[in-house]
Design a protein around this ligand. Sequence first.
Ligand code: PEP
Ligand code: MG
Length: 648
Amino acid sequence: MIERQAVIRMQEGLHARPAAELAKLAKTYESTLEIVKDGQTASAKSTVKIMLLGVKEGETITIRANGSDEAQALESLIKLVSDEHGQSSPPSPPAAAKTQPKSASDLLPLGSHVARIQGVAGGDGVAIGPVFTYFAQTIHPNRPRLAVDDVPAALARLHLALADVAGSLEPAPQADEETRAIVEALRDMLADPEIIADIEQRIRDRADPVTAVLESGAALASRFAAMESEYFQTRAEDMAALARRLAESLLGIPPADFSRMKTPSVIAAGTLSALDFAKLDLAHVLGLVICEGGPTSHIAIMARAHGIPAVVGVEHGADVLKAARMLAVNGTEGYAVADPDEVTTTLFADRITREQEMQNALIAFRDIHPRMKSGRAIEVAANIGSLAEVESAIRHGAMGVGLFRTEFLFMQRKTLPTEDEQYAVYSKAAEAFGGQPVVIRTLDVGGDKPIAGIDVPQEDNPFLGWRGIRMCLDKPELFNPQLRALLRAAAHGNVKIMFPMISVLEELTAAKALLRECATALLREGKSIGKPEIGVMIETPAAVMCAGEIAAEADFFSIGTNDLTQYTMAADRGHPKLASLNRADQPAVLRMIELACKEAIAKGKWVGVCGEAAGTPALIPLLLSFGVSELSMSPALIPRAKKIVTEC
Ligand code: PEP
Ligand code: MG
């Protein structure tokens, strides 16, 4: 058995989606994997149990592994939780505080003949439209106890219902990545072995299946509800929604049918789960007014993510909502108006027009190619780790990819990816961005993040060890397939190849020589290849001090401020006690960046930044003043960065 501590870097901690990702990864290993926090232990293969630990960003957990693949499992789990670029986006912050009115005078005025249906702000914006109501029937759990002989049939019914609900957990065809990921997390909760075992036990104890699922769901829901964080408290809803769907399936009650909503409408519902939301054709949803839910409920998170005005937590409005024909929704201030009069309708229509104008301005901004006041054009690109992130990058206005971390392709598997598998991924990324640049970094792994298929000896200082380009140059059987895949993918778009962890010129010249050999071999084999630019990641002080010589041999630099900071400051980037040293705005680090830029620009080479500093508002003006011409960051940060560029 081995164990290690890790600081959670996933934004907002182990909420539903990261927990599901973690459990999914854990399940790919045979070893028993556990997470320990404050003396509480949970199976790392159970999404729900991980969530119940309530781990927040910045907190330390211990991961324990026991089994044949324990070392590998431990490393990949640690990597996932410690990576702030993790593949999940956090839930949006609660909007209630921001959007709740402070006094009556803050409210949008209404006509004198209407009353507010008060709720909580669930998604900014205002809307008005015809109502589509959805109030599901109440299911009561108190049913007669089973006869012993009926238990096997009841267990079989449970499994049919589980399969039925799992099969119906399909997002709408037009659902985006975010929605799909939430559905995936819910599906994972439904398949959670510990939840199923709990329901089965209740049936063996002779509860009928409907009672068993509702009581098991309620028990887990109340554990979530008792948690400290409001976000986890609202996961209680997801549990209750899943349990309800199972009970409906057991009773033959069909799930909500939103396909009847043929015209754009405001949905008024008693409860609307994330499962229901995923099935909606959002083009038809003008707004939401929901009796249940809080500002961090999944429904509110999803409404906000899609810009749908929503009011949730309407405790005393069900009857009015059921009878209404038109609804005006003020999701910013948290109320709705049933059958608004003419004055109210005009007030809402004016507000909708104004908000639309503001929204348009933002959209137009997101799609711009930003220029500084001097007229200098700056490219704002995305950091991605997989093809799954391409859509989000494009949606946020990425002008290409400034860093494709390829190690994820290698880490979540049991064998090395083949040249063809890699070629398929890299060429898809290149095609997705048309002619825009896609900078793909060659494998950057080492003793701190081992991968299946490569033997990495135990090292005392893995961050100073046999990693990145050092390992790749020693292992042509690992490096060549990637270089070949990259050269072939370069025929499909504007691929640029970037080498990580360069500390001496010879590493770059050796890598370029290998690349030339691969190109010659591919041409001999009759394969099409492109002519990618070759870049160097500037992550070590050694590379900065020799930047002139290195720049002479490279087409571009991309400054990896995360590692450059840790190596310059001699401060482990994951060490919670060293956070104040581990800052890219430390003078020593800024001077390193400035020097690297100066040397590259003097040789006529362009410089990008792909570490966290690139998306940090306070650092963007400084980086641009050093001559940086490309900033690459998490997709969600792109629109703001573009705005800052135009203000510099
Ligand atoms: C960096 O070091 O700044 C960087 C972008 O690479 P990574 O975070 O993957 O080490
Ligand atoms: Mg790095």
